[in-house]
Structures are given as structure tokens and as C-alpha cells.
Design a protein around this ligand. Structure first.
Ligand code: S3P
Length: 440
């Protein structure tokens, strides 16, 4: 993908594809729920197709035509044993939520994925699932995929997760649906709560409680019978973030993303845009299928962007937006800091190393710290050749960085966008002038 520098202000009103986290959950919950689950405006991308493959391997019937809606009908009498190892591709959500989903059924399931997913830490889900009574093994003593899970009767547990991770929380809660009694997961600060909202819509008894120092406990009652329902998927704020940050960094710009999810456990990016001085407006805020949705407009500030600090409980609320927020920091005069972001090192790539390296190649002053980044913004960048590290969000963040460069930017491995946003090259081109989408 080749991106030219910004030639002038960006002015557009767009929509983005359906939310990735919500689409995964609707497919996976539908695969074990009674009746029919209808998913409107699903994200159709490689990652969510991995969840469709897992649902089908468990015997669910999934109609997933390209423009949606998707319809999931679970197998009567419960999921069936997959005939072969299930390939979760690049999708941590499919693998980790999938592990929790199958743990409570008397099935043998092997979950694996691509080279990136097989490098990612899995003990965070294998440990609690073993404590609940599932037999879980995998490479490196169960720390890495492939994971082999023999499910069965489970005990309810009270689990304290050292990391704020929606994938861990969701895996334990899904297993908890099949356990005797009440299962709870406490995390140090709130991660996205789509699982809790959607499980309630599927008929489970779910609660959330705040504890000391920002800790959050989510609980489910075991023995729940999920009932399929209609899920209206909002636009993905993590996809919208690339356009919203683009609007903030190109002087004179104003971009609206319509019908996008603004769940407060996901909307940290909007808080940071405000901190940096961009104007952020929400219009038509409403609740759809239990999720807050709005039209979001971002305008570049007249006097330029201010540096900002990201850390603490804000981090889980913008975990996937750190790469593009590093680009926001490049456009702000002064030093911005990202702390408490060590989780970025175990995403689809080491996103701290990737952004520090690739932005430096463009001429930026970005330094990696053990748990974050320091960005000295305000310099005009050169341009040149960069790499996505095979990571969809790095590819899209670098496309936004290209707007700030003097020379064009060539992004190698930009085909990674197929993981969460196959139409990104075309959508970005439509927003702001020439992109060689054919080469993406
Ligand atoms: C996700 C949770 C986050 C996020 C990922 C999607 C989810 O991961 O980075 O893209 O859908 O639950 P962690 O829960 O591991 O932080």
C-alpha cells in the first residue's frame, strides 16, 4: 500500500465495518445457544471468519453471506466434537474465548492458529480453566497453542486475573456458564464489557461490581441456558479510530464516523483525542442491542495538538488504539508518553517495538520503554518504506502516519488489513486522495 502525504484538509462522513469483538461474540455464543442468532451488520473479515469456522466445527449451522446478516443455529443437543484441529488463524479472540466455550462440554478440542497466534501467551486462560476442572494441555506446558482441551463438568471459581483482559475474562465467564454455582473474574481495571452485555441479552445472569482501587468483578451464574437473539452490531470504534486520528492530525479537517460503538470500556481513544485538543462531538447517542452507539465527529484544533499522557486504567479502554495514538502524538508539539502498555508486546505483533521502529524509519523521534513509548512530536516526517510486521493495526496506523510525511510511504505487508478491515485501503483512499489500493 502506497500512501501520499496529505494534500489538504480531510472532510468526510463515513461508516466503518461492524465491531470485531461484538461479531466474534455473537457467532461464538450463537454456536451454543438454543434457537437462532441473527447478526446484523457483522464484520466480515479474516478474524471473524475464524470464529465462524470454530462454530461450524462445533456442529453449528452458520449462514454467513458476504454482506450479512449472518444466522447461527447451534446443533440441537449441544455442540459436537470437532473432527480435526481448529485453525483460529490470527484471532486471539477466537482461540481464547473458544477455549472457555468448549471447556464445559464433554468434547475433545484442539485449537491452533498462525505463527503469531502460536507465539502469544495462553497460560492466562489455561490456568483458570484447569482450576475449573477442564483438562487443558498445549505446547510449553499449556502456555502456547496448539491447546488441547478435554472439557467436562466444571467447578465455579473466583478468579483474579493479573491483567485487565476481556479475552481472559470472557473465557472464564463462558466456562462459568457450564459450572456449578457462581463464577467470578476480578481484573485490576475494567476491560471491554461486550461479553457481559451480550450474555445478558442471551439470557444469562451476569453482574458487575466495582472493588477497591478500580478493580472490577464480573460474575455469571452457572447452569445458564443461552437463548439465541438478534444482535445489531455497531460500527467498530477501533476501525473508526484511524479516520478520527487522521482528522485530528491534518489541519483544517473534520471527519464524521456514523453509527459507531462508543461503549465507555472501549472509548479511551476519544478521551485522548480530547486531551490532545481535538474537538470530539457525539451525536444521536442511543443504545442498540445493549451497546451505546453514536455518530462521532472529530475536528483538528486550530492552534495545533497538545502532547498527552496515557497510562493506568485508561490503557485497557484503548488497548488496540495505542499504535494510531502514537501517530497522534507525532503531530503534537512536545513529548507524549505511553505507560502501563506492556500488553502491547503480546498482541498480533510486539506493537511497541513495531511502532518505535517503523515510525523512526520515517524520521520520527520515538523511543521504546519497557512498558510504553515516548514520542517527541512536532517534526515533519520524511516518508519511505515501512513494514506492517504482519499486523493489521500497525499497517493502518502507518497509513495515518503517512499523512504527516513529506514523501510518499510504502507499507510492506499491508495485506494484513484483511484481518479486521479488508476495505481499509479503498476507504482511506476515498477519504484523502490517491492510495494505490490495488497493491494493498
Ligand atoms: C479483545 C480484547 C483485547 C483486544 C482484542 C480483542 C476482545 O485483547 O486487544 O483485539 O474481543 O475481547 P485482550 O483481552 O487480550 O486485552
Amino acid at each position: 500500500m502506497r500512501i501520499e502525504p496529505a494534500a489538504g484538509p480531510l472532510r468526510a462522513a463515513i461508516e466503518v465495518p461492524g465491531d470485531k469483538s461484538i461479531t466474534h461474540r455473537a457467532v461464538l455464543f450463537g454456536a451454543v445457544a438454543e434457537g437462532e442468532t441473527v447478526i446484523e451488520r457483522p464484520l466480515d473479515a479474516a478474524d471473524t471468519r475464524s470464529s465462524v469456522a470454530l462454530a461450524r466445527a462445533l456442529g453449528a449451522e452458520v449462514d454467513a453471506p458476504p454482506g450479512g446478516p449472518w444466522v447461527v443455529r447451534a446443533r440441537l443437543g449441544g455442540p459436537s466434537e470437532p473432527e480435526d484441529a481448529v485453525d483460529c488463524g490470527n484471532s486471539g479472540t477466537t482461540l481464547r474465548l473458544g477455549a472457555g466455550l468448549v471447556a464445559g462440554f464433554e468434547l475433545f478440542t484442539v485449537l491452533t492458529g498462525d505463527a503469531s497466534l502460536r507465539r502469544r501467551p495462553m497460560e492466562r486462560v489455561t490456568e483458570p480453566l484447569r482450576r475449573m476442572g477442564a483438562q487443558v494441555d498445549g505446547r510449553d506446558g499449556g502456555r502456547r497453542a496448539p491447546l488441547a482441551i478435554r472439557g467436562g463438568r466444571l467447578r465455579a471459581i473466583e478468579w483474579t486475573s493479573p491483567v485487565a483482559s476481556a479475552q481472559v475474562k470472557s473465557a472464564v465467564l463462558l466456562a462459568g456458564l457450564r459450572a456449578d454455582g457462581r463464577t467470578s473474574v476480578t481484573e485490576p481495571s475494567a476491560s471491554r464489557d461486550h461479553t457481559e452485555r451480550m450474555l445478558a441479552a442471551f439470557g444469562a445472569r451476569v453482574s458487575r461490581e466495582e472493588g477497591p482501587r478500580g478493580a472490577i468483578t464480573a460474575s455469571v451464574e452457572g447452569g445458564a441456558r443461552l437463548r439465541g437473539c438478534r444482535v445489531a452490531v455497531p460500527g467498530d470504534l477501533s476501525a473508526a479510530a484511524f479516520f478520527l486520528v487522521a482528522a485530528a492530525v491534518v489541519p483544517g479537517s473534520a471527519v464524521t464516523v456514523r453509527h459507531v460503538g462508543v461503549n465507555p470500556t472501549r472509548a479511551g481513544v476519544l478521551e485522548v483525542l480530547r486531551m490532545a485538543g481535538a474537538a470530539v462531538e457525539l451525536h444521536g447517542e442511543r443504545l442498540e442491542a445493549g451497546e451505546p452507539v453514536a455518530d462521532v465527529t472529530v475536528r483538528a484544533p486550530e492552534g495545533g495538538l497538545r502532547p498527552f499522557e496515557v497510562g493506568g486504567s485508561l490503557v485497557p479502554r484503548l488497548i488496540d488504539e495505542v499504535p494510531v495514538l502514537a501517530v497522534l502524538a507525532l503531530a503534537a508539539g512536545g513529548r507524549s508518553r505511553f505507560r502501563d502498555c506492556a500488553e502491547l508486546r503480546v498482541k498480533e505483533s510486539d506493537r511497541l517495538a513495531a511502532m518505535a521502529r517503523e515510525l523512526s524509519r520515517l524520521g520520527a523521534a520515538v523511543e521504546e520503554t519497557p512498558d510504553g513509548l515516548q514520542v517527541n512530536g512536532g517534526r515533519r516526517l520524511r516518508g519511505g518504506r515501512v513494514s506492517s510486521w504482519g499486523d493489521h493495526r500497525i499497517a493502518m496506523a502507518l497509513a495515518v502516519a503517512a499523512l504527516l510525511c513529506k514523501e510518499p510511504v510504502e507499507i510492506e505487508g499491508a495485506e494484513a488489513v484483511r484481518i479486521s478491515y479488508p476495505e481499509f485501503p479503498a476507504a482511506f483512499a476515498a477519504l484523502r486522495g490517491p492510495v494505490d489500493a490495488a497493491r494493498a
